[in-house]
Each structure stands twice: as C-alpha cells, then as structure tokens.
Design a protein around this ligand. Structure first.
Ligand code: ADP
Ligand code: ADP
Length: 227
C-alpha cells in the first residue's frame, strides 16, 4: 500500500505542481492519475520513487515514511516506464532489459535468461534480443521498456504515459497486454495518462487531477462523475 498524505510540491520558482494531494494506492491495483498537461502527474510519480521530495506532507510505503528507506532499495522496488521507453540506444534489447539485474550483480548468463523470459512475457519475439532499440517499432520499444522495468521483479510499477507515443491500434494492444500481465503478476501499478479513455480502460481506481495539482475525484471508473 502506498499512502500519499496531504502532499504539496512547490518547485523553487514557486510553481505549485501538487496541492495537498491525498491518495491511497492498494497493493495489486492499477491506480491511474489522469488530467491535463501540467496538473502534477509526473511530479507525483517522481515523489513516489523519491526522484523529488514533497515540500509538505508525506508518502508511506507499507506504513513507513519513504524517507526512512534507503533510496537505492526503494528504487529497486519500483520499476519505471516512460514515454518513448527511454531505452539505452547503444545497448541491445537483452542488455537493456538486463540493466537492473546486472546492477544487482547477477551474472551474465542468469541476466540473459531473465531477459529472454521477460521478452516472452511482454509479447516480444526473443529473436529480437540482439537488436538495438532503433531497429524496433515504437510498440516493440515500449514492450522492452516494460520488460526492463519488470526485470528485478519489483512489487511496484510506475508508468508515465508509456503508450502515448504509439499509434492507436498498437496502443490498444499494449493496454490489453498490460491488463493481462497485471492479472498474472499482480503488481501495484501507478499509471499516468492525459487520456480519460485509457484511464477508464486500465484503472481500478482513477485519480482525476486539475490544473494546479488539486485532486478533483478519486473513484473506480464506474463511479466517476463526468467532469
Ligand atoms: P504533468 O505530468 O501532469 O504534465 P508535471 O508534474 O510535469 O505535470 O508538472 C506540474 C507543474 O509543475 C507544471 O506547471 C510544470 O510546468 C511545473 N514543473 C514541473 N517540473 C518543474 C521544475 N523542475 N521546476 C519548476 N516547475 C516545474
Ligand atoms: P542514466 O544513468 O543513464 O540516467 P538511469 O539511472 O535513469 O540511467 O537508469 C535507467 C533505467 O534503469 C531507468 O529506467 C531506471 O528506472 C532504471 N534504474 C536505474 N537505477 C535503478 C535502480 N537502482 N533500481 C531500479 N531501477 C533502476
């Protein structure tokens, strides 16, 4: 369980990106943060893995303040997926996926086997393992991004507009794959999008944010009031 308790983020220039946000994110759920550009979605995600710190309020993970946890261990427990996948262009697909296992000291063979297993899991032909990211389609790159985030089996996945840059048909396939993967793996997923249809399709619970970083609604998709 991730508990965001009355969190405000004010950047150095005075911008209030997130304004007294409180959210409970249950284990094994997909919680979607949705809202227009600039409403504080990315800022919220980055506070969850401590890339940035709240100005006020606190975030708890399984009851402990995030600040009590060593930041490296915290980040290892949270896979991160971004738009355009953020892959290392000079590393092969398998090496991209194996990044975190290798950092954790897994030997080459074990990391390679894990990469192949994950490629199958996210619907990528393992024959692509030696290719470089630029040799893949946008949808395939996003699958590599998801596989990389899953490599060390983190309980939490943070996903920042991961499917926004791919065409609508591919996006639909990726959304369905994510739901299937979630049914198998039961991760705690915090998913950011500006697309309300995507939010409704994926979310167990949807947090609707407004410009200025205020929470407008937090409800299961069937209980959302039309904004
Ligand atoms: P979203 O992900 O919903 O598009 P962001 O969290 O990226 O929103 O940004 C929220 C607000 O904070 C925006 O007004 C943005 O311009 C501002 N912002 C983001 N990062 C910084 C920063 N490093 N310094 C100042 N303002 C920032
Ligand atoms: P760079 O050093 O090139 O900026 P990053 O440190 O951002 O690269 O790491 C690239 C990818 O590996 C990111 O997706 C990030 O989430 C992941 N990553 C980096 N460090 C860790 C870590 N300690 N635990 C888990 N994932 C990590």
């Amino acid at each position: 369980m991730i508990s965001i308790e009355a969190v405000t983020k004010r950047y150095d220039d005075g911008t209030i990106a997130v304004d007294r946000l409180s959210l409970e994110i249950p284990d094994g759920s997909i919680t979607v943060l949705v809202g227009p550009s600039g409403c504080g979605k990315t800022t919220t995600l980055r506070m969850i893995n401590r890339m940035i710190e709240p100005t006020e309020g606190r975030i708890l993970l399984d009851g402990d303040d995030l600040r009590q946890r060593p930041v490296n261990a915290l980040r290892r427990s949270m896979g991160y997926v971004i738009q355009n996948a953020g892959l290392f262009q000079h590393r092969s697909v398998a090496d991209n996926i194996a990044t975190v296992p290798r950092m954790l000291g897994w030997d080459r063979k074990r990391a390679r086997a894990r990469a192949v297993e994950l490629m199958e899991r996210v619907g990528l032909d393992p024959a692509l393992a030696k290719r470089y990211p630029y040799q893949l389609s946008g949808g395939q790159q996003q699958r590599v991004g998801v596989a990389r985030a899953l490599a060390a089996d983190p309980p939490v996945l943070l996903m920042d507009e991961p499917f926004s840059a791919v065409d609508p048909v591919v996006r639909k396939g990726l959304q369905e794959e994510l739901l299937r993967l979630q049914a198998e793996l039961g991760k705690t997923i915090v998913f950011v999008t500006h697309d309300i249809d995507e939010a409704i399709k994926l979310g167990d619970r949807i947090a609707v944010l407004r410009t200025g970083g205020r929470l407008a609604q937090f409800a299961p998709p069937g209980e959302l009031l039309s904004a």
